[in-house]
Design a protein around this ligand. Structure first.
Ligand code: SF4
Length: 329
């Protein structure tokens, strides 16, 4: 239990190994630690919630959806390799923590970032840029690399003993794993986490942006199934198995759902202009294995139903949104 007048710190926490080490390192110094995990259509808070519960630490979820939607339209510092606006995303997350810090009288903010672990977003220049953009400056402590970085306000003010911070840099995780094992801490394997770095998802999101269809709801739909282009301002998503069909049906308005009228098959969702419905209905017939040349009825939400023949496979393949293999600079 921290002392009554212990320093109070609020950490950005995804539930990964680095964040766990940072939080425990501070708690071992007597800091009262609270953890915050961000949620959006692109990353879930579950891992953070579960890890915080295992640590027995105060935890909260911060909905970051609006910030992400704004950043995806036009990130001031640009995108990473995919649709990931990491520099501005980090800065906006820290700014958000900064406002919670001010409201709830925390003394400083911390992260599990490691100098040089991700060359683009965790190099020294990027860490400095994020600190400046967030408005927090030297009130951000990065306990895993603190001894390699200039002293921060909590270190200078004596809230934190800098000598007990770590001096980790680079991509290896050996020191973090040793730290966790020595204390019997469980930790998850590294995982992708953010969908914005995923080539397939990134490609689908780009299509939503280019067709003027980017909303939080559509970004959630794009997590599921295969996406096909239906024409200007109109795309469709078709489930690939029962779980995806159920997911699409739970996320979309009933009026936007297409399915075969008289036989089992995939569920599909129309996004944007409804003039794309006949094409999408033909894709539903194709993926629903309606024999070539045969006609099938497809329910089309509020429009009733249409009779279509399955889309030729080569046409469907040409309309399918594939992985984004582009490199941004
Ligand atoms: S990987 Fe995703 S969540 Fe992480 S900083 Fe980049 S955009 Fe934000």
């Amino acid at each position: 239990m921290p002392a009554e007048n212990a320093p109070r710190a609020l950490g950005a926490f995804s539930g990964g190994l680095d964040g766990i080490v940072a939080a425990v390192l501070l708690a071992e110094q007597g800091v009262e630690v609270a953890l915050a995990t961000f949620s959006s259509p692109f990353f879930d808070p579950d891992r953070g919630r579960e890890a915080a519960a295992r640590l027995g630490m105060d935890w909260r979820e911060l909905d970051f959806t609006d910030d992400m939607m704004r950043l995806l339209e036009s990130p001031p510092s640009g995108f990473g390799r995919r649709m990931n606006p990491c520099i501005d995303c980090h800065a906006a997350m820290l700014a958000r923590l900064g406002s919670v810090m001010a409201d709830e009288r925390f003394d400083f903010v911390f992260t599990g970032e490691v100098l040089g672990q991700r060359p683009m977003s965790q190099g020294l220049n990027s860490l400095n840029r994020v600190a400046r953009l967030s408005g927090l400056g030297d009130r951000i402590l990065r306990p895993l690399s603190a001894r390699l970085l200039p002293p921060t306000a909590p270190e200078r003010n004596g809230l934190i003993d800098r000598a007990r911070m770590l001096a980790i840099s680079g991509r290896g995780r050996r020191e973090q794993i040793e730290f966790a094992r020595a204390r019997g801490l469980s930790f998850p394997l590294p995982s992708g986490g953010c969908l914005l770095t995923d080539p397939g998802y990134s490609a689908r999101l780009k299509v939503l942006v280019s067709e003027g269809l980017l909303t939080a709801g559509n970004a959630r739909l794009a997590r599921v199934g295969r996406m096909i282009r239906l024409g200007r301002g109109s795309v469709g998503i078709v489930g690939r198995d029962e779980a995806e069909n159920a997911m699409l049906e739970s996320l979309a308005a009933p009026s936007d759902i297409l399915r075969l009228a008289d036989r089992p098959g995939p569920s599909a969702v129309i996004i944007g202009g409804r003039e794309g419905i006949p094409l999408l209905a033909s894709a539903v017939a194709l993926y629903g294995r309606v024999p070539e040349g045969e006609e099938a009825g497809v329910e089309t939400g509020r429009d009733g139903s249409v009779a279509v023949r399955p889309l030729p496979r080569n046409v469907a393949d040409a309309l399918l949104v594939r992985n984004d293999e582009s490199r941004r600079t």
